[in-house]
Design a protein around this ligand. Structure first.
Ligand SMILES: Cc1cc2nc3c(=O)[nH]c(=O)nc-3n(C[C@H](O)[C@H](O)[C@H](O)COP(=O)(O)O)c2cc1C
Length: 186
């Protein structure tokens, strides 16, 4: 089995429902996968670059797990990418350390899936917001392996018991979909 690294970019999993559930389920389904919880490791945003580059070197498959915040990943995950994907490591003339590894995005959104259409309230397909990640993969020689995403996991619905049950089920299903995808990449 390939070595899987899941990088959790949620800024505070104590205040998460969907990502917390997905990560708990992933841990149960793939106990050998390494999970880096950036909120626990770097609440101060001071990324330990050598440690994180080592983590990347160990992995065959890199999964970025996050809630969509303003159409992109939360700032903590961006900070981790900015500091860890350095010239000479991930890209540049001699920067080939990520070459051949596989990249998968796994994310949740508050808006339901159907809102991400050209004639819907979000005015774009969800794919449109992923262009920077696709090009980052391309520049670093990472294999872009697509994404698993679940919408309708709104922060605002957390006080409604029925909505919570629906979101729990959807988050667990998300984890199973992600595992299916990772297994298909073997
Ligand atoms: C600061 C912030 C920005 C957000 N931006 C978006 C957004 O651009 N699109 C969207 O569909 N949902 C957005 N949401 C909703 C989150 O994506 C949603 O609450 C999250 O995926 C739920 O995951 P969690 O329970 O793990 O926090 C935003 C939420 C916050 C707090």
């Amino acid at each position: 089995m390939k070595k899987i690294l899941i990088v959790s970019g949620h800024p505070d999993l104590n205040d998460s429902f969907a990502n917390k559930t997905i990560l708990e389920e992933m841990h149960k389904l793939l106990p050998d996968a390494e999970i880096a919880y950036l909120d626990k490791l770097y609440p101060d945003f001071c990324i330990d670059v050598p440690k994180e580059q080592e983590r990347l070197l160990r992995a065959d498959i890199i999964v970025l797990q996050y809630p969509l915040f303003w159409y992109t990943a939360p700032s903590l995950l961006h900070r981790w990418i900015e500091k860890t994907f350095t010239h000479g490591f991930s890209h540049g003339k001699s920067g080939d350390k990520l070459k051949g590894k596989q990249l998968v995005l796994s994310f949740t959104t508050g808006a339901p899936e159907e809102m991400y259409s050209y004639d819907g309230p979000q005015q774009h397909l969800i794919d449109d917001f992923l262009t920077p990640y696709k090009q980052m993969a391309n520049l670093c020689g990472l294999q872009w392996c697509g994404y698993v995403y679940s919408g309708g996991l709104s922060y605002a619905s957390r006080h409604d018991e029925k909505e919570l049950a629906r979101m729990k089920e959807k988050s667990i299903l998300h984890a199973h979909r992600l595992v299916e995808k990772l297994k298909s990449m073997e």
